[in-house]
Design a protein around this ligand. Structure first.
Ligand SMILES: Cc1ncc(COP(=O)(O)O)c(C=O)c1O
Length: 356
């Protein structure tokens, strides 16, 4: 006897499979711990938050601060436990029938599929071209299928790190009468946002995260920016009190001290560019720069051996090779300066060894 939704029977559990090594360059996390820099301010604020209550003024203050930061109105925002939870809500809100699907490019953020599976929304993943460019004509055409309920554009895209041309994004928004989700999880690295279009395009919905530029992956805080009516629809599926008062308090404190985190983000961008240059000086190595906090690199058919060598040396990277166009690529998250140097040293060591 199977007691759950029949389509769940064949699905796998949501599981993040990464090696745990001393140097974690695999999950696009930050190495700056908010507790290390604003712990006192967080604790001071926590003192005024009473966990025996559902409501606290911190919610209003967070909405206000977030609206200021995102340069939108409070009515254009919905908040939750990371972009992941917001995706779950968006997918839940658009899924109508069992043949409904979301459309995305591939490779893209791995968990679009996990949460589509979770809510019983099918997903069609359209391959990127070998040079990571997108076939927008085909995307718009497949997206016009009556069963397509959501078009997802990850911009910048994870794991390729590329951005899509804005005139093509605009074309998708104009040609499609479906909801178009632009995932701006890496916005602070790319500095490219479509938030100014939310009132021009009522089918536009944007997700943003505190996990990357705000150094708070473990906090689990993310938000949606969209036209007021879309936010109202979304709030019909968001659980009451979905965001703990502790999360809200820490998110607010981070925002009130945002320069610390945004300065750090700028340093990460500088380190990324430095690492990209240094890696490209190594013979036979090709590093691709991105609009994110990671780089993509390849040494052709020896890439997998390099991945293994780094793992043996306690450096964990993310294996993104499942998709054919990423077959010989590895993704490396920019980390602390000494970790980046260690990574560089180990890559050079490997390349010299192989040269002999
Ligand atoms: C493109 C993209 N979207 C969403 C997420 C999830 O973000 P969050 O930690 O806010 O759930 C990630 C995390 O790596 C990501 O790369």
């Amino acid at each position: 006897m199977y007691l759950f939704r029949s389509d769940l029977k064949e699905k796998s559990e949501v599981n993040i499979n990464v090696p745990h090594k001393k140097v974690m360059m695999c999950l696009n996390e930050s190495t700056l711990d908010p507790f290390a820099v604003i712990k006192d301010k967080i604790l001071e604020k926590m003192d005024k938050v009473h966990l025996n209550r559902y409501f606290n003024p911190v919610t209003d203050r967070l909405y206000k601060e977030l609206a200021d930061y995102a340069e939108v109105k409070r009515e254009n925002l919905a908040m939750g436990n990371g972009v992941d939870e917001m995706l779950y809500y968006i997918f839940t809100a658009v899924r109508e029938n069992k043949n409904d699907f979301a459309l995305t490019f591939s490779p893209s953020y791995f968990d679009y599929k996990s949460y589509c599976d979770a809510v019983g929304l099918k997903i069609q993943q359209m391959d990127l071209k070998d040079d990571f460019s997108n076939d927008f004509d085909k995307f718009i055409q497949v997206g016009s299928d009556a069963n397509c309920k959501l078009l997802i554009l990850c911009n910048p895209n994870n794991p390729t790190g590329h951005i899509m041309p804005s005139e093509q994004i605009q074309r998708v928004l104009e040609k499609s009468d479906k909801l178009v989700l632009i995932d701006e999880t890496y916005f602070e690295f790319s500095k490219i946002t479509y938030k100014d279009w939310i009132n021009k395009y009522p089918n536009l919905i944007i997700t943003r995260s505190f996990s990357k530029a705000f150094s708070a992956a473990g906090l689990r805080f993310g938000y949606v920016i969209s036209a007021e009516d879309n936010i109202k629809q979304l709030k019909k599926v968001i659980t009451a009190f979905n965001l703990s008062l502790m999360t809200q308090t820490i998110a607010l404190t981070i925002l009130e001290n945002k320069e610390i985190f945004l300065n750090h983000t700028q340093k990460v961008v500088e380190m990324r560019d430095y690492l990209w240059e240094e890696l490209n000086k190594i013979p036979k190595m090709k590093a691709t720069n991105t609009y994110t906090n990671f780089l993509i690199l390849t040494i052709g058919n020896r890439t997998k051996d390099l991945f293994k060598y780094l793992e043996e040396n306690e450096i964990a990277l993310r294996d993104v090779s499942a998709h054919p166009i990423m077959k010989n690529q590895i993704r490396v998250t920019i980390s602390a300066p000494e970790e980046n140097e260690l990574f560089l040293e180990k890559v050079k060591e490997f390349m010299e060894k192989e040269e002999i």
